[in-house]
Design a protein around this ligand. Structure first.
Ligand SMILES: Nc1ncnc2c1ncn2[C@@H]1O[C@H](COP(=O)(O)OP(=O)(O)OP(=O)(O)O)[C@@H](O)[C@H]1O
Length: 334
């Protein structure tokens, strides 16, 4: 038996000491990187330019062949497996979208199903279903050509195309990078809703820490030379940055960003259950974010929040306690 590390039961992607040394380059682009991504997890790779994010992503579907190390998908070592069948199980979305201009939207989406031998009528139905899924009206868009769509719409079609063969894994390289900030935020939110229903294993590259915090179940922060500086949930990273590099990278807004990730229930956990009641409290759900709770308190002029309520089991927290607890970086770990 080999004593090399093996993926755990719930791992969908497992990188074992993977390196990439491009020919002619003095330094490796990615060096001895190991990471495990669980089934159904949305992991975001983030870090400064040139730290090896895209190289790492492309080694997963072997668009870039690793120089050393092993790659496992769903428990199987695919380091030397047939590339075509590997890629059939992996959707790939890039910033430049790459829709074919002479094909209709339906035909663009159905490219892979066609390659796999799906019948014309079934392909059409699949394209319509996917357009619906990504929030585009099939009746309007199915017969259009890429240039008749806005940037944001084209990006949605790119996502639909990547989903066409229903791959368990999706790789996305700056998928929302080419659209303006408002469309970008809308696409991010839509994508989160979509992911809640399809639960793919997703690895996404971005250089935007806010996008990473908003989307990722876990975030891998790469330092120079592909050093994995921290790989954890957004809340844990904001609460306990691993080192000065991570602290600098997430920037000065961490305490405020945490408010949008922290739940009222997280904060309540650090108080005794018999806090005095408040005469003027606003009712808030325990699953609400602290950010939203603060908004409600400030807008209503209440003294604090009341959580629960049924059967006289309400718990109360005044504004000051809410703020103090929300500002405690080490108390809360998801
Ligand atoms: N095809 C290539 N040939 C030679 N060197 C390359 C190639 N692709 C990337 N590199 C180098 O490898 C390093 C990592 O590049 P990579 O694109 O993976 O980084 P990145 O973190 O995705 O950067 P960015 O955020 O700027 O896209 C860089 O120094 C880059 O110049």
């Amino acid at each position: 038996m080999s004593d090399r590390p093996a993926p755990s039961q719930d791992a969908m992607i497992f990188l074992d000491g993977v390196s990439k040394h491009y020919p002619g380059q003095a330094k490796a682009a990615v060096s001895e990187l190991s990471m495990e991504i669980k089934r159904g997890e949305f992991v975001v790779l983030v870090g400064p330019s040139g730290c090896g994010k895209t190289t790492t992503l492309r080694m997963i579907n072997r668009l870039v062949e690793p120089t050393r190390g092993r790659i496992f998908i769903d428990g199987k070592d695919v380091t030397h497996a047939d590339v075509d069948s590997l890629r059939r199980g992996i959707g790939y979305v890039i910033q430049q979208i790459g829709l074919l201009p002479h094909l209709t939207i339906a035909d663009n989406i159905a490219l892979v199903p066609k390659m796999l031998g799906m019948k014309r009528t079934d392909r059409r139905r699949r394209a319509e279903e996917l357009l619906e899924l990504v929030g585009l009206d099939p009746a309007v868009h199915v017969g259009r050509y890429p240039k008749q769509l806005s940037g944001g719409q084209q990006q949605r079609v790119g996502v639909a195309r990547a989903l066409a063969a229903d791959p368990p894994v999706m790789l996305m390289d700056e998928p929302f990078g080419a659209v303006d900030p408002i469309v970008r935020e809308k696409l991010q939110m839509e994508f989160l809703r979509l992911q809640a229903s399809i639960r793919k294993t997703i690895v996404m590259v971005t250089h935007d820490i806010d996008e990473a915090l908003r989307l990722g179940d876990r975030i891998a922060i790469f330092g120079p030379g592909s050093r994995l500086a921290q790989f954890d949930t957004p809340l844990a990273i904001l609460s306990n940055p691993a080192d000065d590099f991570v602290r600098d990278f997430i920037g000065s807004g961490a305490p405020v960003r945490r408010l949008s990730l922290l739940k009222v229930s997280d904060v309540l956990a650090s108080f005794p259950s018999d806090m005095p009641s408040l005469a003027n409290a606003i009712e808030v759900d325990a699953g609400e974010t602290v950010h939203r709770a603060l908004e409600l308190v400030l807008a209503s002029g209440a003294e604090g929040i009341e959580v629960g309520g049924a059967g006289g089991t309400s718990r109360y927290l005044d504004l000051q306690s809410l703020l103090t607890a929300a500002a405690q970086p080490t108390k809360v770990l998801s």
